[in-house]
Write a protein that binds this ligand. Structure first.
Ligand SMILES: [Zn+2]
Length: 466
């Protein structure tokens, strides 16, 4: 679907505008049909010029309508004109060097998958020092702190994740080159954690108040096989969360669509034997090869974006042995639930068929079997473009002089979106590069915009009428 069609399908365009565009589109199609070209006739040219002009005007109307849709709501306007909020933003601007110091110091505490305790203890101390109440570590290792409500508004959770993708033993020293910081996890998600702490400091110092209560959360298990276990536990054990905001990485991106994923480890097994002496039996590696061949030929939709990957393989003991075992790790993703379910069905069928074909090939002698173990499942979901949280986030970003388009991603917000709770994942400012690589970097240019926007989005989310 091209942008033009997307626009005519935009909810903001009235039925009348939509039907006008539709008629123009019909004419447009007819004029550009080769058999009807007749470009030498002046009347055709006049018609084309008229159509282009009308198209431009109508497209303008639709654009205006869609920008009205994202115009700052009353709450956003009030927030931007509130002297206390402006003072808090001023404070954040002054404190940005300290925020960056926090980012560096947290990042120099290793936080491998499933080993987030040390960094968690540091965040816990910072939450307490900032003045949040009921600072605690829950059963899975999430660090939580509370900011009390001053009125009637939704309960907001604002989070960043503690874990990294880097294994124990990784050198986590942060190196500085001018305004660029280099180190594993410096952007993803030490930046989010530092901004979370900066907001806790502003809140704890009483510089702002919110209508609804705000829970500050540093979560475990956001990355890879962590499988969002921290945020999942949070939602399973905390009732009444009204809105969820995740601060993840740099930039000023806004993720409102959750890319769901399914991850598997598939193990193919058989008796195994000598490559020469036992020749004639089914071979687990050959069966896996058949499965990978079938998977690699999958045709998947580009919209909704749907992807597959065999990421790791292993097995066998020797070049002259028929393997007793082979395994592969598979990642399937889509931002669309039914598309992901369909891909999942085809993946399982491909494994079954590969095993059946391999066994058939060798007449059923010493058959191979496959076990499919699910190692990860992230729900799909989305916060509608018309949701007040999304509209306010875009309006506040625009008010800071930046424009962004809504993106999709796989983040802590998946869990909220999967449960129908409005959520956004925000870039926390600056410029993040090379996430998940040991050479990850973060450039501090303009980073305070991310801090300020995070504050404003939390305030508007916790207000009764965003
Ligand atoms: Zn992240």
């Amino acid at each position: 679907m091209n942008d033009f069609y997307k626009r005519i399908n935009a909810p903001a365009s009235s039925n009348r505008t939509r039907s006008v565009i539709f008629r123009i589109e019909m004419l447009h199609t007819r004029v550009t049909t080769p058999s009807a070209l007749g470009l030498r006739k002046p009347i055709v040219w006049m018609l084309i010029v008229t159509l282009v002009t009308v198209y431009g005007l109508v497209a303008g109307v639709v654009r205006a309508a869609s920008s009205r849709r994202t115009a700052p709501s009353d709450a956003v306007g009030r927030l931007l004109n509130d002297p206390r909020v402006n003072a808090a933003r001023q404070q954040l601007r002054g404190a940005e060097p300290a925020t960056i110091e926090t980012q560096v110091s947290l990042c120099e505490i290793a936080s491998p998958p499933f080993r987030e305790e040390a960094r968690g203890r540091a965040v816990s101390a910072l939450f307490a020092e900032a003045g949040l109440s009921r600072v605690r570590v829950d059963a899975v290792g999430n660090v939580l702190g509370e900011f009390a409500a001053h009125g009637a508004g939704p309960h907001v959770v604002v989070s960043a994740h503690l874990d990294t993708v880097f294994p124990p033993g990784t050198d986590v020293t942060v190196r500085r080159q001018g305004d660029t910081l280099r180190g594993p996890g410096i952007g993803d998600d030490c930046r989010g954690l530092a901004v979370l702490v900066a907001l806790a400091r502003v809140a704890g110092a009483g510089l702002v108040t919110t209508d609804g209560p705000v829970t500050f959360a540093a979560t475990v298990g956001e990355e890879g096989l962590g499988d969002l276990r921290g945020v999942r536990y949070l939602f399973d054990h905390m009732d009444g969360i009204g809105r969820f905001i995740s601060l993840d990485g740099g930039g000023l991106s806004v993720v409102s669509k959750a890319v769901g994923s399914l991850r598997y480890k598939v193990t193919f097994s058989g008796p195994g034997g000598h490559s020469y002496g036992s020749f004639g039996m089914a071979n687990p590696i050959h069966a896996m090869g058949r499965a990978i061949d079938a998977i690699s030929e999958f045709r998947v939709p580009t919209d909704p974006r749907t992807t597959f990957n065999v990421g790791r393989v292993g097995g066998g003991t020797s070049v002259n042995a028929i393997a007793a075992q082979a395994w592969m790790e598979v990642d399937l993703r889509s931002s669309d639930g039914p598309a992901l379910a369909e891909l999942d069905r085809r993946f399982r069928a491909a494994v079954d068929k590969a095993v059946a074909d391999e066994n058939l090939r060798w007449g059923g002698r010493s058959p191979v079997t496959a076990t499919v173990e699910r190692t990860g499942m992230r729900p799909t979901g989305r916060t509608p473009d018309s949701d007040p949280l999304v509209i306010s986030t875009l309006a506040l970003t625009q008010a800071l002089g930046e424009s962004v388009t809504l993106a999709e991603g796989s983040t802590d917000s998946n869990v909220a979106m999967g449960r129908g709770i409005p959520a956004v994942t925000l870039g926390a400012g600056g410029i993040s590069r090379g996430a998940h690589s040991p050479d990850e970097s973060f450039t501090t240019t303009g980073s305070v915009l991310g801090t300020e926007r995070a504050l404003l989005v939390v305030l508007v989310a916790a207000s009764g009428t965003p």
